[in-house]
Every structure is written in C-alpha cells, then in structure tokens.
Design a protein around this ligand. Structure first.
Ligand code: 5AD
Ligand code: FES
Length: 342
C-alpha cells in the first residue's frame, strides 16, 4: 500500500512519513484526489458559507506577523457598534447566511458585558443561526458568559504548536500554554471549536508543521483553518516572504485525510496569494468559505496582511461572486448552519 492510502485508512502517519509527504510535491495529485473522495463521501459537493464580520481592528497584542498589531501606529483603526454589527447580520441573513462570525483584534473596548449584549441581540433576532466568535484569548468565565449569551462556536488558531517557534512569532507576554488552555476551556464549555495555523510563517520548519498536526490530533477540533502567512510591510517580519500555495494545499488535503469530518475553510489568505486560491482549496478538500460581510468602508482597514482580496467596491456582494467560484470548482454553496457531521 502506498503512503497516501495509509494516511487515508489510518487517518495517521508516523512523523517520518509526514515529513516525506510534506517535503515533496510528488504526492500532490494523489493527495488532492483522495482528499476530495473523502470529502465527497461525507459532505458531497456541499460548501458551507460563514459571514465574516470584522468588527474591530484595535488589538492590544503585538504579534510579529500581524498587520493590526498594536505596534503598527500607521494602521487606521475602527470599531463597529452593536447596531452596525446587527445591520451586517441583517444583510447577511437576506443573502442566505446562517452563520455569523464576529472576528476582531483583542480590543478591551468590547468588555465582556458589551460582547454578551451584542451576542444576545444577534441570538434574539436570528434564532436559527450559529454565532461564532473569534476574539482571542479570554478567561474561562468570559468564554462561559459569551456561551450563555448565545454564542456556540469559537475560532482561535493555535498559530504554531511548537514552543520555540511560538516565541519567535509572538512577544514574551504571549505563550502557547495559555493559547492551548483557552482551546481546552472552550471545548469543555461546549463550543464547537476551530483552531489552525499559518503555513510558511517565518522560521517554520517541517517539524513545526508535524507538531501542528499532532496538536490538532490531540485537540480534535470541529473546524480547522489554515492559510499561507502573507507578509505585511508594517511588521517586524516585513522582509520575510509569504507562504507557499502548494504547501498550503498539500496541508489542506492532509488535514482532510486525518480529519474526514472537519469543517475546513478555503481561506481569504489562500485567495490572496493566488487568483484561484480558494477554488484550489476546495478541490484539495476544504468545504467552507467565509466571505466578508463587513461594511465595504472598513474592509481595507482590517489588514492582517497585504493585498487582501474583496476589499474594493466590486466586492460589496461576495455571496454572488463566491457562488460562481464555488460552482466553477465543482461544488455548491448551501444555505444551512452546516454543523460538523459525525
Ligand atoms: N498572514 C496570514 N495570516 C495571518 N493571520 C494574522 N496575520 C497574518 C498574516 N500576516 C491569521 C492568524 C490569525 C488569523 C485571524 O489570521 O492565523 O489567527
Ligand atoms: Fe468577495 Fe469574490 S468573494 S468579491
């Protein structure tokens, strides 16, 4: 049996086998083929859409890779208030979105009380929708409060599962242990949890990527988001080059084979490094897309990295655009909450 069949059947490989398939392109066609087979076996041609509302680009953290880090004094900052966020949801609902993802920097302006108010207003108005939060590291009590207010999913990428690598990407005030604890807290509370990592971030090695896979195997998240690292001029990593398309696609396929049931987005970052990046991501095993519902006026400002797509006037309606793209790749957007199948 070949190595890819092994991966598919056992949902696992040894470290040295993972290293082998990560470091060559010779299995790529087979990986994509098998990942697509597995994905179609469970999810058919369905692609789930999540409406992304980037509600604040203020952030108290200073991650070295991120364009909205507090140290970037050139960033123009904005916040959306509750009514503006609800207006995004209204618009999204009409377009067929049944999951709203509230994503933002770690912004102390949004106290737990305010987050809970916003979440319960969305919950009240859209009882048939899933509410996803992506607002970083909080205490377990805070996570519980948001959950009780009506949030049911949480996205928090671990970024890298290697301690040394983590400390090269983040200031000393941040630690991988805290990050992991947050993820376990979220799971215990009952959230559907998403984690993930950047591909090709500065100093990343194949061994680091294997640690990422091992950590995800331990965490068993419902959602796994990965995308290429993309450089941003106003960060200490300005001189590093962006992550590789093919390595990202290879990892999406590997993740699909390890986690057949996972919800895996084809990310905006993937669409940014290649004009057909998101289509290729779907073909490689991804089954979620997360178009932007933020007001067009702020989209350029939520710049985690450079040249982000869907920020111009032409992108006022990502739903229509994505519909065509998803179909061209051979799949179909469905209007459903799109829970993970088990
Ligand atoms: N390139 C690619 N992805 C990035 N993120 C943050 N900065 C960058 C960048 N420069 C990702 C992180 C974060 C998610 C919201 O965006 O993985 O968790
Ligand atoms: Fe946003 Fe195409 S998905 S413009």
């Amino acid at each position: 049996m070949n190595i890819i069949e092994n991966l598919k059947n056992n949902r696992n490989l040894s470290d040295s086998e993972f290293k082998e398939i990560l470091e060559t392109n010779q299995y790529d066609d087979l990986l994509v083929k098998e990942a697509d087979k597995v994905r179609r076996g469970i999810y058919g041609d369905e692609v789930y859409i999540r409406g992304l509302i980037e509600f604040t680009n203020y952030c108290k953290n200073n991650c070295y890779y991120c364009g909205i880090r507090c140290g970037n004094t050139n960033a123009v900052r904005y916040r959306l208030d509750k009514d503006e966020i609800l207006a995004c949801c209204d618009e999204g609902y009409k377009l067929g979105f049944r999951t709203f993802v509230m994503q933002g920097g770690e912004d102390p302006h949004y106290t737990d009380k305010l987050i809970c108010e916003i979440v319960s207003s969305i919950r009240e108005r859209f009882s048939d929708c899933a509410i996803t939060l992506s607002i970083g590291e909080k205490s377990k009590q805070s996570y519980k409060d948001y959950f009780n207010a009506g949030a049911n999913r949480y996205l928090l990428r671990h970024e890298t599962a290697d301690n040394k690598h983590y400390s090269k990407l983040h200031p000393e005030s941040m630690s991988l242990d805290v990050r992991k604890q947050c993820l376990y807290d979220l799971k215990e509370i009952g959230y559907q949890v998403g984690s993930g990592f950047m591909v090709g971030s500065p100093y990343q090695t194949t061994e680091n990527l294997i640690s990422d896979l091992r950590f995800l195997q331990e965490l068993q998240p419902d959602m796994i988001g990965i995308g290429p690292y993309i450089t941003h001029a106003e960060t200490p990593f300005a001189a590093f080059k962006s992550g590789d398309l093919h390595l990202t696609l290879r990892l999406i396929s590997i993740l699909r084979l390890i986690f057949p049931y996972a919800l895996i987005p084809s990310t905006t970052a993937l669409g940014t490094i290649h004009p057909e990046g998101r289509e290729l991501g779907l073909k490689a095993g991804a089954n979620v897309v997360m178009p932007n519902l933020s007001p067009v006026s702020v989209r350029k400002l939520y710049a985690l990295y450079e040249n982000k797509i869907c920020t111009g006037e032409e992108a006022a309606q990502c739903r229509g655009c994505l519909e065509k793209r998803v179909e061209s790749a051979g799949y179909r957007i469905v209007t459903a909450v799109g829970n993970v199948k088990k």
